[in-house]
Ligand binder design. Structure first.
Ligand SMILES: C[S@@+](CC[C@H](N)C(=O)[O-])C[C@H]1O[C@@H](n2cnc3c(N)ncnc32)[C@H](O)[C@@H]1O
Length: 278
């Protein structure tokens, strides 16, 4: 595996995904439910943006650092405030030195009754993840798809939220997301899931959605497309997409605003944001 999330941490796609995850967690918190988050592709937990190897990509510069230097739109304010507070806590007063990934974000918004399980296959990032989240959360070095399916059958009575955020280095990730969700939802029909996908060309995206509809024809599924530009160049990441299954009430309005605001801040004139039901 070549993919390392450190190169991409804090980019526009992370901001969209993490703003949506944060909103979802806060909605569950407001309901007062105990929650178990299963993060099938966890990464290293948080990211040191001063790491010279990672900083060379300049993705955080064009993402979180750019955002925090602006008048932050309302839908992104909770994430911006959280990242600012995290940096102040880490001693960074005048710049963004760290960016929290999904494991740390989920743990920072949980309670004693909640649980977090993060899967990471790479040994280097797994070691970092384990060091950074344990004992608050559990890090496992195993395939996130298989682990999610196994966990869905273990009878845990908390509200379940699956975050599925693969690197898409392998074309098989698209099919694995669908079959994993099919099996998880067969065991836990009320489980929530938030999936992140890159948007490069329309055929890959449509193929994924067709497969999704075949396997999960009756799902409660929201699709948010964030196209930063028209999709004429399939070699480029032209945007991203968030697919939400069994999202809490009120999430649709929030994710719609997140899509609109991320495209307004980071997109080109041909950009487009929309949320629709599958
Ligand atoms: C996009 S990153 C995750 C970012 C993280 N969810 C966040 O938001 O901070 C994807 C991670 O999945 C890991 N990975 C790839 N295939 C995996 C698999 N089958 N099971 C678990 N982890 C995997 C990669 O090493 C990489 O660290």
């Amino acid at each position: 595996m070549n993919y390392r999330h450190g190169y991409h941490a804090g980019n526009f796609a992370d901001l969209a995904k993490h703003a949506a995850l944060l909103a979802w967690l806060r909605m569950l918190r407001a309901e007062g439910a105990a929650v178990r988050v299963v993060d099938t592709h966890a990464g290293a937990g948080f990211y040191d943006l001063s790491n010279p190897d990672f900083a060379r990509s300049k993705e955080a510069e064009a993402g979180i650092k750019y955002l925090l230097g602006k008048d932050v739109p309302d839908s992104l304010k909770p994430l911006a405030q959280y990242v600012r507070a995290k940096n102040q806590g880490a001693g960074f007063r005048d710049h963004v030195g760290v960016y929290p990934g999904s494991p740390v974000l989920a743990l920072d918004h949980g309670t004693q009754e909640d649980a977090y399980i993060g899967c990471e296959l790479r040994s280097d990032d797994f070691m970092l993840l384990q060091h950074r989240i344990s004992p608050r959360g559990e890090a496992v070095q195993s395939d996130g798809y298989a682990k999610a399916v196994a966990l869905s059958a273990d009878g845990d009575s908390r509200k379940q939220l699956y975050l599925i955020d693969p690197p898409f280095e392998l074309p098989g990730d698209y099919a694995a997301i669908v079959t994993t969700l099919r099996d998880v939802l067969a065991a836990q029909p009320d489980a929530g899931a938030l999936v992140w996908l890159p948007l490069k060309d329309l055929e890959t995206f449509d193929g994924f959605l067709r497969h999704f509809e075949r396997e999960l024809p009756d799902g409660d599924v929201l699709v948010t497309e964030l196209r930063l530009r028209s999709l004429w160049n399939p070699m480029k990441m032209n945007g991203c997409c968030l697919v939400a299954v069994n999202a809490p009430e009120g999430f649709e309005a929030v994710v719609t605003a997140i899509g609109r605001d991320v495209v307004a801040v980071f997109g080109e004139e041909s950009g487009l944001a929309r949320t629709w039901r599958l």
